[in-house]
Design a protein around this ligand. Structure first.
Ligand code: FEO
Length: 163
């Protein structure tokens, strides 16, 4: 299950990297920056699962990463897909937590708590920007302001990542 999650997090990274390219194509540099930052965060998530599996004596088995979509009609559409994607990731992590409990693997259950909390934030952020794109999409000035807001995001390694 952890190997599958390593793959899922890498796919998430690919998806957001692809969205960053689409924002670049739309001429929205802030959106590009935001998605690039999200891409980096997802790589960290994958690395955290990778390190944890090794720490527990497991064997990492990398699989092919599925091809992400490459074209979205708008920023709104991207954040719709981002929200739907994060909801899927949340379900995967919840399933893993249930499995850990079933197997009485309390260390893994505790390890997953950070990700459970992180997913609340991931869904909330995607939902927030989706609402903003719904409001701004038809208004050039609003879109310009929203892109400036997206541009303020900078990458900071999540505090879970200590090694
Ligand atoms: Fe790795 Fe976006 O959750």
């Amino acid at each position: 299950a952890i190997n599958a999650q390593i793959n899922a997090e890498h796919y998430s990274a690919f998806l957001y990297l692809s969205m960053s390219a689409q924002f670049a194509d739309l001429g929205l540099a802030g959106g590009q920056q935001w998605m690039t930052t999200q891409y980096k965060e997802e790589l960290v998530h994958a690395q955290v699962f990778f390190d944890y599996l090794i720490e527990r004596g497991g064997r990492v088995k990398l699989e092919a990463i599925a091809k992400p979509a490459i074209k979205w009609a708008s920023g709104k559409k991207m954040f719709e897909d981002a929200l739907a994607h994060e909801q899927k990731v949340t379900a995967l992590i919840h399933d893993m937590a249930s499995l850990a409990l079933e197997l009485k693997d309390h260390a893994t259950y505790q390890f997953l708590q950070w990700f459970i909390a992180e997913q609340v934030e991931e869904e909330s952020t995607a939902s927030d920007f989706l609402q903003k794109f719904v409001m701004a999409e038809e208004h050039a000035a609003g879109l310009y302001q929203l892109d400036k807001e997206l541009a303020t995001r900078v990458f900071a390694s999540p505090s879970v990542y200590v090694w």
